[in-house]
Design a protein around this ligand. Structure first.
Ligand SMILES: *Cc1c(COP(=O)(O)O)cnc(C)c1O
Length: 398
């Protein structure tokens, strides 16, 4: 596989899995760039962060990007930048990582869930309009697994009711909706560079937007609320004086992260090609297995294949999803489940939410298994996983 080798040993706590669920693809280039950052003495936000912001923005067709320490920080600051607060409602999907919804809570606003479409596993756009009230301010579509949401329909409803769109694109780096890159469509788009994501900086995130004023506000809120050039206050060009108009947060990206990000971005299309190839291999291996529901890939869009989620037709099988996960583990295969529905977590239950109100989400969750899918895998490993998934399913058909 060219000269790229995966880092061995990460994510193997407990039993040694033959094929871990996820591994980053870090090679000598990332290591050298990080060393370069360390030697340059810029450890915090600095020139590499600016360079990464520019390159990333260009790669998704957005004029502006702001590097942050996570996607969660991006979602939080985007909501605050639009003034979302107590009394406001924010619509999103219950089938997401809890960070999407926690940030709505952090703003003091009220989350409103719209159930998923069972085919795409994304927020069902046909149910969106009926969830809009006079208090709705923002919609947060989440591009689950890297498959784009139905943006035309969401944009239309947003325009009709004057709502802002903040996209959770944690899975969707270089996803395309029709001919448009995710990152160039909504009012603000938030990307994640967490360790398991398609492009990683260890921890990290980026927001993109066309709106200069919103970008300035997010940049300011990411650095204590200090005015915009405070990051270079210790240099010759900077000044010791700054003003704080609003109590901000400490959410900025560092140059060490950006060093990783620049190299990861330069090899992203190579990594995405492998994800696409491996996803196609899974799909062809499973396509004749009627006890499995396979992930949708809608023609005319580009899927980022962050996740490959199969769903078991449990009525056709004598084992449960959890038993299947155990049997895969016995074969040395790491898996995960995306996602535990947000309304099912005790905190959200105490707020009065119930997963029973979102039947498609509940059904998807109970049947879902995420298989290993990352560019550090070999073709043999993908075949090994495919073989064992089919073997276990076939051995337990009713
Ligand atoms: C990973 C993830 C996040 C959070 O990303 P961080 O960079 O870890 O904050 C948010 N939403 C979804 C859907 C995710 O998968």
């Amino acid at each position: 596989m060219n000269n790229l080798t995966s880092t061995q040993g990460a994510a193997t706590v407990g039993i040694q899995l033959r094929i871990p669920y996820a591994l980053p693809l870090i090679d000598e280039r990332e290591i050298q760039e990080v060393i370069h950052s360390l030697k340059s003495n810029w450890l915090s936000r600095g020139p590499k962060t600016l360079e990464f912001e520019e390159s990333f923005a260009a790669s998704v067709g957005s004029p502006l990007a702001i590097g942050l320490n996570s996607c969660t920080a991006g979602l939080h600051l985007a909501l605050l930048a639009y003034g979302v607060g107590p009394g406001d409602e924010v619509i999103t999907t219950p089938y997401t990582f809890v960070a999407t919804v926690n940030t709505i809570i952090h703003c003091g606003a009220t989350p409103v869930f719209v159930d998923i479409d069972p085919v795409t596993m994304n927020l069902n756009p046909d149910l969106l309009e009926q969830a809009v009230t006079s208090r709705t301010k923002v919609v947060i579509p989440v591009h689950f697994a890297g498959l784009p949401c139905e943006m035309d329909q969401i944009l239309q409803i947003a325009e009709r009711y004057q709502l802002k769109i903040i996209e959770d694109a944690a899975h969707a780096v270089h996803t395309k909706y029709k001919e448009r890159m995710i990152g160039s469509i909504g009012d603000v788009t938030c990307f994640s560079f967490y360790a398991t994501k398609n492009l990683t900086t260890g921890e990290g995130g980026m927001v993109t937007t066309r709106d200069e004023e919103i970008a300035d506000r997010i940049r300011m809120l990411s650095l204590h609320g200090m005015d915009k050039n405070a990051w270079n206050r210790y240099t010759e060009k900077g000044s010791w004086y700054y003003e704080v108009q609003q109590p901000g947060f400490k959410y900025n990206m560092t140059d060490i992260q950006a060093a990783l990000g620049l190299v990861q971005l330069s090899k992203l299309s190579y990594m995405q090609d492998l994800r696409e190839l491996y996803a196609a291999m899974y799909t062809s291996a499973f396509s004749s297995n009627e006890a499995l529901i396979l992930p949708a890939d809608l023609p005319g869009h580009r899927h980022a294949w962050h996740l490959y989620v199969i769903r078991l037709q449990e009525d056709m099988l004598s084992i449960s999803r959890s038993e299947m996960i155990e049997l895969l583990k016995e074969a040395g295969i790491g898996t995960s489940v995306h996602f535990i529905p947000v309304p099912q977590h005790p905190y959200y239950r105490r707020l009065g939410f119930s997963v029973d109100d979102y039947p498609e989400t509940k059904k998807a969750y109970e049947a879902a298994i995420s298989l290993p899918l990352y560019p550090g895998m070999t073709i043999e490993e993908v075949n090994y996983v495919s073989y064992h998934v089919n073997r276990i399913v076939d051995a337990h058909k009713r």
